[in-house]
Design a protein around this ligand. Structure first.
Ligand code: G
Ligand code: G
Ligand code: MN
Ligand code: NA
Length: 255
């Protein structure tokens, strides 16, 4: 209840308690930074930093997520434009919450966000989780088709948790599969996790999709993923989520 009150107040403060951080994504073929994932942070003056899994579900319930979601989209697009103006060229991945995904106005909100920021949709990658995608697979296919027709790229996030859905994946219009951190965590010790990551990667390759392994923390994990043929990694080993100015310095060191 306290959190709910604080959230409502934060929204009335015009998003000043929120900011985005950006986690770099590295291409394994040449060790260069190729993109970032935008991640929301809420810092309340008294409560402190509240993790997104604690406040996003509340905002969904309260019907407040669409306002925050639009702010995230617009902020990420504006940041991308600012980086481009500074000679920093990256793919920007943005998470969509379950409710946002179901919002019938989302296509228009997306179009307005890129238009107002002056960025091209092909530099934006929309992330939806596997579980959201699977709730209504046929509806998802249509939704993804329309975003792709607008020029956006699509990533399926947290992939592997609902592993039974592999055959459906073949029907989704996608650009990228993000392999869930759970499979990366034990990749060195667990032959079965390795087998799953390999199966997903082979399938992704055959479909012409990029693969991003999440939560890579050690060099050995990276080496395994590289050997399997995963195309990109994201995790603390390469870089933590960081503020925009820090990311700009990071880029200069890793381009
Ligand atoms: O950044 P962090 O590791 O704290 O994120 C935890 C969870 O919150 C992740 O599952 C992530 O996808 C989600 N999350 C982070 N930022 C956003 C955002 O901007 N929008 C949505 N919908 N989810 C986010
Ligand atoms: O579910 P999603 O992929 O959107 O979540 C991304 C979240 O994962 C971010 O909140 C980020 O802070 C977290 N994260 C990123 N890299 C690592 C990592 O190497 N290890 C762990 N444990 N978490 C990570
Ligand atoms: Mn994500
Ligand atoms: Na994820």
């Amino acid at each position: 209840l306290k959190l709910e009150f604080a959230l409502r107040a934060a929204l009335e403060e015009d998003f000043r308690q929120f900011h985005l951080v950006y986690q770099p994504q590295m291409q394994l073929s040449d060790n260069r930074i190729v993109g970032v994932e935008a991640l929301i942070r809420w810092e309340h003056p008294e409560i402190g930093l509240v993790p997104p899994p604690r406040f996003i579900p509340i905002m969904e319930e309260l019907g407040l997520i669409n306002a925050l979601g639009e702010w995230i989209l617009r902020s990420a697009c504006r940041q991308l434009r600012a980086w481009q103006d500074a000679g920093i060229f990256l793919q920007m991945s943005i998470n969509l919450s379950p409710r946002q995904f179901q919002d019938s106005r989302l296509s228009e909100i997306l179009a307005a966000a890129v238009r107002d920021a002056g960025v091209q949709p092909r530099h934006i990658k929309l992330e939806i989780t596997e579980s959201v995608a699977m709730q209504d697979p046929q509806g998802t296919i249509e939704q993804l088709r329309s975003w792709r027709a607008q020029g956006f790229q699509i990533a399926i996030d947290d992939f592997g948790i609902g592993y039974s859905s592999l055959e459906y994946l073949l029907r989704f219009p996608l650009d990228t599969i993000k392999i869930d951190r759970a499979f990366v965590k034990d990749i060195v010790a667990s032959p079965s996790d390795r087998a799953i990551v390999r199966a997903v990667t082979v399938m992704a390759q055959s479909m012409g999709l990029a693969t991003v392994a999440e939560g890579v923390e050690t060099q050995r994990q990276q080496d395994y993923l590289d050997a399997i043929g995963v195309t990109q990694i994201q995790g603390y080993l390469f870089g933590k989520p960081m503020r925009a100015d820090e990311l700009a310095r990071f880029y200069l060191a890793h381009q």
